[in-house]
Design a protein around this ligand. Sequence first.
Ligand code: SAH
Ligand code: SF4
Ligand code: F3S
Length: 484
Amino acid sequence: MIDARIKAQMDPIDTTLPAPEREPERQFYFMKKCREIIRAKEKELGRPLSADVVTFGCQMNARDSEKLLGILKEIGFEESDSEEADFVLYNTCTVRDNANQRVYGRLGHLHSMKKAHPDKLIALCGCMIQEETVVAKIRQSYPFVDILFGTHNIYKLAELLYRRLTGTGMVVDVLKEADAVVEELPVERKYPYKSGVNIMYGCDNFCTYCIVPYVRGREHSRTPEEILCEIKRLVADGVVEVMLLGQNVNSYGKGLSKKTSFAELLREVEKIEGLKRIRFMTSHPKDLSDELIEVMKNSQKICRHLHLPVQTGSNRLLRQMNRHYTREDYLALVDRIRTAMPDISLTTDLIVGFPGETEEDLQDTMDIVRRVRYDSCFTFLYSKRTGTPAAVMPDQIPKDVAQDRFDRLLSLVQEISCEMSGRDAGQVKEALVESLDDHEDGYVTGRLGNNIMVHFPGDESLIGSIVPVYLKESRGFYYMGERV
Ligand code: SAH
Ligand code: SF4
Ligand code: F3S
């Protein structure tokens, strides 16, 4: 998408002068510089150059990847979804060790491709790269990687690429904390009709198992003006659904000069004409206010879905995890939410095998799952993250014990979500049509407010619109429907 606003900023920049100091002008300068080099390369090869951005991890990373791809397209790369591309960029996650292992595994594969095509560029960025041990390991064992950068300077991709293209050796640029928040850069959105919008960065909660506060830095909220302006622009560009993103959206607004709560922000977002649906992620139970419940209840646009990670049902472990609520607090909160919105869909995250966990703790977790009856749960095996307080807690749980508990919890979770998932059958609900159906000709796939998919007869012209659908039949985790 060539954005007129971006073009107006790019055009006046003179690449024969030294690089400007100010952002974002500096990055536009390097985008133009890289473009010159890429164009020459294209001529030489007689074909366009391609770039593949691979996202690991959460919605935050997915949004960052859209920004990274936006920069690469502006430079002149064609988007590719194959690792055969001329430039492969991994946007990494380190929340659990298996995310890291996946990256290392795939790097081996990239290495053999690079041996055959020495001009291939390989870059890694994101959460993993914020860890010193990871950078040391890549320098030592994967020296063929071209560029490494972290979470705080993704806006600098063009500058780092320029350094790599005009120099030798691995370019490494990792900052401990954000030096600047540079927002006005090109973005290549994955979906024309929906978009994530960052409302805050970082996390200050320091749950004892979690590495996110160390790799994403301190919590920082964007101003309501910036957020509303971005959403209005997205809506003008065809977006009908936004997902407001933050590690703990319920604490939005702390530290702003004009204090604004998350509920107040939502009220303002609701007023944006043309915007049809609002979602947000993630809600920390400790900060979910009655004001927010009230706003959701009265809203025409906020989806009736809350992702409310509980992690465990054991009060002892909740304390050890530094979550700042008890199971009683959590259950009372769920009660208030369901009283206000009986049809709400609730989902959660659960961790099994946290240090010191006993069979009794697991029973408490199973008990809370039975009481709340989640629509779906993400169940994770505890993963030890070096540098977090839980990594050095006594009584780390042996793998086989944790796995056995995990399997038992998972079967309970699946049993309940299977019962819950068909509960809207026979009703009419609104669906945002996202794509043509992969499996059946003449059908489209839409997403309901509670995130469940529905397949129904329709054609391409419906993509991006919100239509009422009769949910004829539940098929486990999706519905078959008909337009009404
Ligand atoms: N900020 C969000 C979650 C971000 S991480 C929140 O607080 O809800 C997403 C999920 O990963 C967490 O909810 C937690 O369940 C899980 N997680 C985080 N660290 C983990 C670890 N060390 N081992 C296993 N799961 C972990
Ligand atoms: Fe991690 Fe806790 Fe922050 Fe979520 S709230 S990102 S689990 S520290
Ligand atoms: Fe992973 Fe970073 Fe998100 S560690 S879960 S990608 S904030």
